[in-house]
Design a protein around this ligand. Structure first.
Ligand code: GLC
Length: 414
């Protein structure tokens, strides 16, 4: 076997080991449940060697869909004391114990890609998923839009938990009454690689607010102190709308609503362009302030089918300057921290989404370079959650499902 085949066999084994029967945990210990966007990526990984299991992953995710269409960011299939905040803290309302927030809606995109690999047999599977995916999409369109951009109501929703994008908004929040709680994450991995207590107090406080409001979106819209329009949610939702339209058309559905959604979201994406920064940025919709952050999510424009020459120039420069691009924060920013989670490290999952977008939009050289560098990173440093962008050293511990899936589906070159 070549070394690449050896790594592929290991990657496959990571998925199999993290499989809990119908769903996959992101990693043993630290994340013992089903996470929404991790699961979508896991499905694409499974599709490389077991397409039936790939469909099952997404089907299980949608079993947790709430009546109103929301698909939670975590499904707590079996209780595990090693994770905080668990189901008792969230006060869940869905068919499966869950959190009360979402994550970037990439499931529709992954389902479409899986269908492309399983055209005939997959038709019935995608036809059954389509109305559910559409319902979740409509929920986002109904509750989360601001000037057409998609807002997050909790940093965890974007999947970029402690990104500097939220710093100003979090500074303004009062969490003095959050009470006592015990973090579990820092019992599994080095606290220097994790969010600070200041951030964690506010994460928990936002959960308490949502729970008090019974996760009623109208009430949260009126009362929650956290509402930020962000590139992750906006670009992934726009991409989902396009993929849902493609799937809908292939199934003979009327896609006029999606057509209109795409236009609104395209207009919304344009509102995230911060001219002073020269980048897509997050915008606090309550204060009107820009975050002033060039993150890896800023480069998801191509994934959403949005071309931008300035971002392309910026990406080329980052790929020259940084050994293992794309860092989750501008390396020159004051908030840059090479090891701390979403404040600097490189995440293979985001690289894959950026790379898929680049390839779709005809930037094949950039897409190939990014895939090659991500592949080298994984080959040299393992299936970590995230990596120091300069040294490549693995951070966050664990053997991560989505990093293994990214290898199998994109970076491994097979
Ligand atoms: C962390 C990440 C998030 C991911 C989760 C499970 O919270 O920030 O994006 O979904 O871990 O891997």
């Amino acid at each position: 076997m070549t070394s690449s085949q050896v790594i592929s066999a290991e990657a496959k084994q990571v998925l199999i080991t993290n499989d809990r029967g119908g769903y996959t945990v992101p990693t043993e210990g630290l994340y013992p449940y089903q996470w929404n966007w991790d699961s979508a990526v896991a499905a694409l990984g499974f599709a490389q060697f077991d397409v039936d299991r790939a469909w099952v992953e997404i089907e299980t995710l949608f079993q947790g869909q709430w009546d109103d269409g929301m698909v939670p960011h975590i499904l707590f299939h079996k209780s595990d004391p090693g994770y905080f905040p668990g189901p008792d803290v969230w006060g869940c309302l869905g068919p499966i114990p869950s959190s009360g927030i979402i994550q970037p809606p990439i499931a529709a995109t992954m389902a479409r890609l899986i269908w492309a690999q399983d055209e005939e047999a997959g038709r019935a599977r995608i036809a059954a998923l389509y109305p559910k995916m559409l319902k979740w999409h409509s929920w986002i369109m109904r509750w989360r839009l601001h000037r057409g951009a998609v807002c997050t109501t909790h940093p965890w929703e974007t999947g970029r938990d402690n990104a500097p994008d939220w710093d100003n908004t979090m500074q303004r929040m009062d969490a003095s009454d959050v009470g006592e709680y015990t973090r579990r994450d820092t019992q599994h991995v080095d606290s220097a690689d994790r969010p600070t207590k200041f951030d964690y107090d506010r994460y928990v406080k936002l959960v308490q607010i949502g729970r008090r409001l019974k996760w009623d979106q109208a009430a949260m819209l009126a009362e929650s102190p956290f509402r930020v329009a962000d590139p992750t949610m906006t670009f992934t939702t726009l991409r989902a709308a396009r993929d849902l339209r493609t799937v809908g058309q292939a199934l003979g559905a009327d896609t006029a609503i999606l057509e209109a959604d795409i236009k609104r979201l395209e207009a919304g994406a344009a509102t995230l362009w911060n001219p002073a920064l020269g980048s897509y940025d997050s915008r606090d919709v309550l204060s009107g302030e820009w975050a002033g952050c060039v993150s890896n999510a800023s480069y998801l424009c191509w994934f959403a089918g949005v071309e931008n020459k300035d971002m392309l120039a910026r990406l080329r420069a980052v790929m020259e300057r940084v050994t293992y691009p794309v860092p989750s924060n501008d390396t020159g920013a004051e908030s840059f921290d090479a090891r701390r989670y979403w404040r600097g490290p490189t995440w293979a999952i985001v690289n894959m989404l950026i790379g898929m977008g680049l390839a779709d939009m005809g930037h094949v050289d950039e897409a190939n370079t990014l895939a090659k560098k991500t592949g080298d990173l994984i080959a040299e440093h393992g299936f970590a959650a995230y990596f120091d962008p300069f040294t490549g050293s693995a951070a966050g511990g664990g053997t991560f499902t989505w990093t293994a899936a990214v290898w199998l589906a994109w970076a491994g070159g097979n």
